[in-house]
Design a protein. Structure first.
Length: 99
């Protein structure tokens, strides 16, 4: 099984966020808590679907990541784009911060 993390969108501004080890939401995919087994992924998602989180984020779901001893990295093109920001202007969003 591929490793998984939980992602959602923050309600206040729509920014993509990731559930971290402390149960908080981070804008950085590198901060995400990684589930390495299917049962762990289900439990992680359940922890993100509580009423406490429902007032902060919308649409939490599991996403597959590569977690080979380094920080988790998105696998699908969709999630790479969500993690880095818009693709129309490379001088904006998270990809501008990475440059």
């Amino acid at each position: 099984m591929t490793a998984q993390i939980v992602t959602a969108n923050r309600l206040t501004d729509g920014v993509v966020v990731y559930l971290d080890d402390k149960g908080a939401w981070s804008e950085r995919v590198e901060d995400a808590r990684v589930a390495r087994a299917q049962e762990d992924g289900a439990a992680l998602l359940a922890s993100a679907e509580t009423p406490e989180h429902a007032v902060r984020v919308v649409g939490p779901y599991l996403m597959d990541v590569a977690a080979d001893g380094h920080a988790p990295r998105p696998i699908s093109n969709r999630e790479v784009i969500r993690a880095r920001g818009p693709t129309v202007r490379l001088d904006l969003g998270k990809q501008a911060e990475l440059a």
